[in-house]
Structure formats: C-alpha cells, structure tokens
Design a protein around this ligand. Sequence first.
Ligand code: OSB
Ligand code: MG
Length: 371
Amino acid sequence: MIIEKIAVRRASLNLITPFTTSFSTQTNRDFLIVEATSADITGYGECGAFAYPYYSEEYTSGCELAVTELLIPLLRGADISHPDEVRERLAPIKRNNMAKAAVEGAVWDLWAKMQGASLASAIGGSKHAVDVGISIGINDSPTELVDVVSHAIDEGFARIKIKIKPGADLPFLRAVRAEFPDVPLMADANNAYNLADLDHLRQLDTLDLMMIEQPLAHDDIVDHRHLQQALRTPICLDESIHSLSDARKAIELGSCRIINIKIGRVGGISEAKDIEALCREEGIDVWCGGMLESGIGRAHNLAIASLPGFTLPGDTAPSARYWNKDIIIPEVTMNRGCVAVPTGPGIGFAVDHAMLDEITTGIREFEVDAR
Ligand code: OSB
Ligand code: MG
C-alpha cells in the first residue's frame, strides 16, 4: 500500500457540558485529525491530545508539529504491507505517542478499508458489542453529583466512574454509594494524591469500588505499588502506562491490577494490541479509556474494545454524551449499556464531511508518495 497524501486538520467542537477533572475544566475540544489517502480511499485518525499539556506532556499544537515535521516525513516513499510497520517507521522519534497514534490510526483505517474489513476484525477483535460506562466530571456538591449519576443509571450505563480530587472525594462517593448500593462504581483521581495521603485513601476501601484509577503521580509505578499493597480496592493505571514495557513493569511490580488502555497514550493500535495480549496472559483486567474523542477516535476505541482482553466496560460513551452533533454518520448510540462494534469497512462510520468542514479551523496537505 502506497500512501499518496496525508492531510492534517485542526477542528474544534464545544462539549454539551463542561468536563471537570482534578487538573482542568474543559468546555471545548481542540481536535487534530489525520487523513491518509491512497487510491481514492481515505483513512482517518484522531489525536488524543488536549489543547494544554495537563493530562500528559502532549498537546494539540505540539502534536500537529510532530505529525507534520517529524512523522509524515518518515512515511515518505513507504510501501506498507501491514499497519504494524508504521510503528517501526516512527520508532526513531522518542515518545510523542499521541501524535504517532493519530498517524498510525489513519493508516490502520485506510488499510482495513482496502481489505474491505472492519477495523475491529482487522485487529483481531471478536466481540460484536462492548459494555460502556460513563466518566462523570467533578460536580459542585454531593447532591448534584447524585443527580447526575441517577440520570446516567437511567440511561443504562454499565458502570459509573466519578472524577475525584482532594476536597471532592469521600463525601461525594459516599453519597453516590448510599443512594446506589449496587451500581458498578469507580473513581478516577488523575494523579491528585501522593503517598502522604495513604490514610485518607484507605477510606476508599469501604466503598466497594471496582477500582481507583491513577491516584498517584502521572509518571509513577513505584508508589502505586506501595498503595496497592495497602488497599483492597484494585488500582488501575492510566497516565503511567505508555508502552508494552511500562505495562510489563507495572504488572511485575504489582503496581496495579487493572490497566486502562488509551490508543493515543500508548502510541497506537499496534502497541495497544500488544498490551492487551500481555494483560490477557497475566490475568490483568483491561478496559478502553477515553479522551473526549469525536466519532472518529471513538470508532477506533470501539474497535480495540472488541478485543477479548478488554474485560471491563470502557469510557466509550455514545456521541450524545459529548456533542450536540458528532462528525460521523450514524452517531455512536448505546442500548442497555452496550455499543455495537461497527461492521462496515475500516472505522465503520462515514465521516460527515459538511459538518467536519464547518468545524475545521485549518487544514494542510502533504504529498507522501515519493514515486
Ligand atoms: O483520565 O480518563 C481520564 C477525560 C479527560 C482526561 C482524562 C480522562 C478523561 C475521562 C473521560 O475520564 C473519558 C471520556 O469520556 O472520553
Ligand atoms: Mg483516567
């Protein structure tokens, strides 16, 4: 497969409701979309990075620079027989995982479309539908949070994740647990605590949480080991895992019992697949995280969530959770806490070009075919 050209697009869309984590409040999503074309077929990839580097070191403008100045040149003249080769070609550039994943994702979609296969089947996915949870941002009060959770349960979400931070944790979670004693519930701290908070965090053990996601530093796997030894509740690592090698080390240390896989954070679908396979072998539960993606990134997430190792509900909520109108047709919808894995070629959704053009703030095209 010769990639003829790659377009790099910036676009922007407002969230229906602001999303507050321990690190920021987001009202808007700044997208970077990569479009790889060959023989009049286009594959789409979406960058996971946000406008500012509060979640990880990557951010949209930096990723755009990495994609256009560093990564696209590495694909020039390539004849790609399998998308796994993209990971090898981009490997000389250290990290920049979300930028790499946007490019690799576009090639995976293009390649699957050329085979006439769904992205899910192209990567070896086996599920026809995936269980879906909702990630609920930090609310102003426990009462308001209980109200939001109540609506989410009515909508049928298969599990509820609550964002927490010091000052917005125990009373909030206790209120939810008291109202909904049996709901599958978890908390995500986005590294808002440290080991000095151990006694405080021990109190989370009484809430029957499925897991606590990334309570400690974004780059830590050692303190998380100490914390996991002190807690009954499983720890799930998100921010700390950037590669198969990170996953192996965290598992070996006992730093977590669950891993959240985000395609962008680990540098692409090929790496995500390898981590899934390792976790399946090691008996570590896995689920698909989210980065408030548009329908394009969401479709990629649904494809990896169809792999057998993704044993827990993911943050792959339906389009209407985020957007008044998504950029794919049809939108992602949920039925009784499940989203169907698309079966059409590639990502399995059509891109709504009129809508995408409307929200586009800039687009640049690069010739890749060196013939
Ligand atoms: O830690 O998983 C996270 C959103 C922004 C930044 C980090 C995270 C999240 C989410 C939302 O939890 C997941 C989603 O619904 O896309
Ligand atoms: Mg998280």
